[in-house]
Ligand binder design. Structure first.
Ligand SMILES: NC(=O)c1ccc[n+]([C@@H]2O[C@H](COP(=O)([O-])OP(=O)(O)OC[C@H]3O[C@@H](n4cnc5c(N)ncnc54)[C@H](O)[C@@H]3O)[C@@H](O)[C@H]2O)c1
Length: 345
């Protein structure tokens, strides 16, 4: 029998574990769920600071050893891959320690780190130690969003001319997904983000204590601008992205589940004018995709094939964080334009 790839997981909270039991979510819906559903993987250990619900864990597997201390788990289990789904302010220290313990493939929840200095230091170490880190910016593992990127690249709606987009709940906590998705979709056609303007959202929308809602403008290399604006998660969740091209408009809605295209049509009201169709055509949706499945597959490939690369590595995630740092700096200086200083890959 082929030897399985062994995995240990750190942080059995919502995304690490319990969301697997959310009846509405597509499965797998958590780190433990994705490892369990991948036939190349043997999930041998889980480390959680709090008491873990053993009955629920047994539903995933009865053969997982539970540890309070992840250091001890890694030394005992000697896994090939470690996944980390702890709070953002622990990502830096835990990832560092995993690298020191010799782990070469790490699946890490976003964001890469809690601040820009940590993110830069961690990226340097990952590079030096030749570790593959897969950051779970989940749209990078969504096959429909990947196809949409290719469509945009091949001129599906012509040249991209304006973009507006929305997020909820903190620029670092959730805004990071939006910035990452915009960069994923637009970098090939527009180059990367070169400068930003950030403005505090003065409405008291809900956000983590240490992470504000920032609105702003992202300036891409080819002069394309994308606006990002924050909404209130207590009223409703939102992740809309509206992309205007010379040949139509794409709307991503339903928290990324649905893609619509509005084609250019002759105006029914004004002779000699074109406008956008009022009724869109569906590009994809409304069903969620198996993003965790693709993430696990990508991690397995990273072990099996030395040439395989993460779909979202620490460098992409670091650039997302540099953009966020620019937005924060700009917002503190009354919205002046701030240059994005890229670091070496
Ligand atoms: N990619 C996504 O779509 C997505 C969605 C939700 C959350 N997240 C990210 O996942 C991470 C976790 O979020 P969550 O909502 O699951 O939080 P959570 O609080 O539900 O879970 C985190 C768990 O980590 C445990 N933990 C913390 N330090 C630990 C340590 N040293 N050793 C072992 N266990 C430790 C905590 O006890 C807790 O149970 C955050 O970084 C968040 O931003 C990502």
């Amino acid at each position: 029998m082929k030897k399985k790839i062994s995995v240990c997981h750190i942080g059995a909270g919502r995304i690490g574990f319990t969301l697997e039991f959310d009846k509405k979510r597509k499965k797998p819906a958590s780190h433990l769920g994705m490892w369990k559903s991948n036939k190349d993987i043997k999930l041998s250990g889980v480390s959680e600071k709090k008491n873990i619900n053993k009955k629920l864990l047994d539903k995933i597997s009865k053969n997982i050893t539970v540890y309070k201390n992840f250091d001890k788990m890694i030394k005992n289990e000697k896994p090939d891959i470690v996944s980390i789904a702890t709070w953002k302010d622990t990502h830096y220290a835990i990832t560092n320690k995993c690298i020191d313990l010799g782990i070469k493939v790490i699946v890490l929840e976003k964001p890469l780190a809690n601040n820009i200095n940590q993110a830069i230091r961690l990226h340097k170490k990952i590079n030096k130690e030749k570790v593959k880190v897969l950051v779970n910016h989940r749209r990078r593992y969504d096959e429909e969003i990947i196809k949409l990127k290719n469509k945009i690249n091949s001129g599906f709606i012509g040249d991209i001319i304006q973009v507006s987009s929305y997020y909820v709940y903190g620029i670092l906590t959730t805004g990071t997904h939006l910035i990452d998705t915009l960069r994923m979709l637009l970098c090939d056609v527009a180059g990367d983000i070169e400068s930003v303007i950030g403005i505090k959202n003065e409405f008291n929308f809900f956000h983590p204590k240490d992470d504000r809602n920032i609105d702003g403008i992202l300036f891409f290399k080819n002069k394309l601008k994308a606006t990002i604006q924050s909404l209130d998660i207590k009223k409703y969740d939102n992740f809309d992205i509206c992309i205007f091209g010379t040949k139509g408009k794409i709307l991503i809605s339903g928290i990324g589940r649905t893609g619509l295209v509005y084609e250019v049509v002759k105006s029914p009201e004004h002779s000699g004018f074109e406008e956008l169709a009022q009724v869109p055509k569906k590009i994809f949706g409304n069903r969620p995709r198996n993003q965790f499945g693709l993430l696990a597959k990508n991690a397995v490939n990273c072990i099996k094939n030395y040439k395989a690369k993460p779909f979202c590595d620490d460098y992409e995630s670091l650039i997302d964080m540099i953009v966020i740092d620019g937005l924060l700096k700009s917002s503190k200086k009354g919205g002046i334009k701030v240059k994005i200083k890229k670091v070496k890959k």
